[in-house]
Ligand binder design. Structure first.
Ligand code: C5J
Length: 218
């Protein structure tokens, strides 16, 4: 299929969609993203394209894997260096309008309804920015015979890019869906897309959602 920096060798029998952290805590007011001083409305642009991609993978009978960045209620999996970084108005674990910030089981840690998991789809709770660290993602991908990953989710330069790099190092062919990912900082999104495609696709490929859906359907 058409992609940048050159065609992506999509193999329908080996591809899965991974949707990174489409959580209320990042996308809606009152969560972690807002507590860091960001304009969270920017991320809402990724919701509809990500939902379209999810529907396309489901229709094609290909796996959809969801991740959520969140921590145990006792914060035993949250390093103090992560919790204490910076000067947010609310820290991880503090009570906010959507429950405790980035804590598993709280309303803010849930995936936005438009991108919610269907019964049977893996939902990986991850304490880090990358989805391979301290999770069962590798085992899940091996069980399903996955060799290629299409990426959607937020934020482009943090959890999406970190996971894409981890996957690339593990030998997966990685394709980022351009409109199905967003950042609080447009220049960071643009730079991430450029970095991924640079030097002959050093981290992977990027493509518009419509091209991915067309190839999946074909
Ligand atoms: C951040 C994420 N930005 N899901 N997390 O802290 O990208």
């Amino acid at each position: 299929m058409r992609a940048l920096p050159f065609d992506f060798p999509l193999k329908r029998e080996a591809v899965a969609l991974i949707v990174i952290d489409m959580q209320r805590d990042f996308i809606e007011p009152g969560g972690f993203g807002a507590a860091l001083g960001n304009d969270v409305t920017r991320l809402q642009a990724a919701v509809e394209p990500a939902a379209r991609l999810i529907a396309g993978f489901r229709a094609a009978g290909r796996p959809v894997i969801h991740t959520r960045e969140c921590h145990r209620p006792d914060l035993s999996d949250c390093p103090p260096a992560k919790r204490l970084r910076g000067a947010p108005s609310l820290r991880i674990g503090d009570p906010g309008p959507m429950g405790r910030i980035l804590i598993a089981g709280e309303p803010g840690a849930e995936i936005v309804p438009a991108c919610a998991a269907m019964p049977g789809e893996p939902v990986i709770d991850k304490p880090g920015k990358g989805a391979f660290y301290a999770t069962k993602l590798s085992e899940i991908l091996e069980t399903h015979g996955i060799r290629q990953l299409v990426f959607a989710g937020v934020t482009t330069e943090v959890c999406v890019q970190t996971t894409m790099r981890e996957a690339n190092d593990r030998g997966y062919e990685c394709l980022l869906a351009e409109e199905a990912t967003e950042s609080y900082f447009p220049e960071f999104k643009a730079a991430t897309l450029a970095m991924i495609r640079a030097q002959g696709g050093i981290v992977g490929w990027t493509a518009p959602v419509s091209d991915i859906l067309e190839a999946l359907d074909g």
